[in-house]
Ligand binder design. Structure first.
Ligand code: NAP
Ligand code: GCO
Length: 264
């Protein structure tokens, strides 16, 4: 029988006080996993703990900046002490800076690469040794439409998410022999705090032009919500996907397949 259960597994979802990470961790808990998550600030970890508690989930929260290798090593050691070795890692923490490339400072470009690409390397490197020791594991990298497409003002983010697609494939290639599956989820446009600026109502009450643009580019004719990602994530975290490796599963309502609705 196909097994989507996560009973007895320890899942670490980075940056999961709210947003997509919170939704994925919630789904993992509902499938039986023990949940560990981190955020940069204690008050956000506390906010996340309260939100998980409201859903009846006894998550463990840790303050950790995923770009700092020493903090990540300590995070993984603390999770192992509190819950056991990490069986499932979701590299979810991420930032975006929407700045025209020639106006972007090199430091701003580096900051995005640091969180969105260097950090998944750092956190994956921290958990793979114990996954090897324990006979395998699951790594899920949260990629993006920008793993495949570019657009104005998101050069750093697209470079990072394109790199994350290839890091996903490389981890799959290098560690598949240890029964570690590393895959990506490429969400379409999801209604979270990160995309709130793209959906703001205009002063005259009309929809943000980008909001209308995305709806016209999406066959499903709607923005996604974080819950749309839960089933694909549980699939990739479970033994149901043990022969899926190095794959980027796009959960985008069809954006990548569609040229876009023609103007009326
Ligand atoms: P979000 O609402 O901005 O949440 C991002 C989370 O990451 C926040 O909890 C944030 O914590 C945390 N974080 C940022 N930098 C961190 C660091 N250095 N160390 C630890 N935590 C850090 O974003 P989201 O929309 O849920 O997106 C989550 C992931 O999905 C990101 O990788 C994003 O690129 C990706 N994604 C989003 C969409 C979308 O349409 N929303 C689509 C495709 C992919 P703070 O609040 O403390 O900053
Ligand atoms: C943007 C958006 C996108 C989404 C997502 C799409 O400014 O274009 O923020 O990048 O966050 O990555 O998959």
């Amino acid at each position: 029988m196909v097994n989507f259960s996560l009973e007895g597994k320890v899942a670490l979802v980075t940056g999961a006080s709210y947003g997509i990470g919170f939704a994925l961790a919630t789904a993992f808990a509902e499938a039986g996993a023990k949940i560990a998550f981190n955020d940069i600030k204690q008050e956000l970890v506390d906010k996340g703990l309260a939100s998980y508690k409201e859903k009846g989930i006894d998550a463990k929260g840790y303050v950790c900046d995923v770009t700092k290798e020493d903090q990540v090593q300590a995070l993984v050691a603390n999770i192992e002490k509190d819950l056991g070795p990490v069986n499932i890692l979701v590299n979810n923490a991420g930032i975006i800076k929407r700045i025209p490339m020639i106006e972007m400072k090199a430091e701003e470009f580096r900051q995005v690469i640091d969180v969105d690409l260097n950090a998944p390397f750092i956190v994956s490197k921290a958990v793979i040794p114990s996954m090897i020791k324990n006979g395998g594991g699951k790594i899920i990298n949260i990629c993006s439409m920008m793993s495949e497409l570019g657009r104005e003002t998101v050069s750093a983010y697209a470079a990072a998410k394109g790199g994350l697609k290839m890091l996903t494939r490389n981890i799959a290639s290098e560690y598949g022999k240890y029964n570690i599956q590393c895959n990506g989820i490429g969400p379409g446009y999801i209604a979270t705090p990160q995309t709130a600026p793209l959906r703001e109502r205009q002063p005259d009450g009309s929809r943000h032009p980008f909001d209308s643009f995305i709806v016209a580019k999406t066959p499903a004719e709607r923005w996604g919500n974080a819950e749309d990602l839960q089933g694909p994530a549980v699939f990739l975290a479970s033994s149901a996907s043990d022969f899926v490796n190095g794959h980027i599963l796009y959960v985008d309502g069809g954006i990548l397949a569609y040229i876009g609705r023609q103007p009326e």
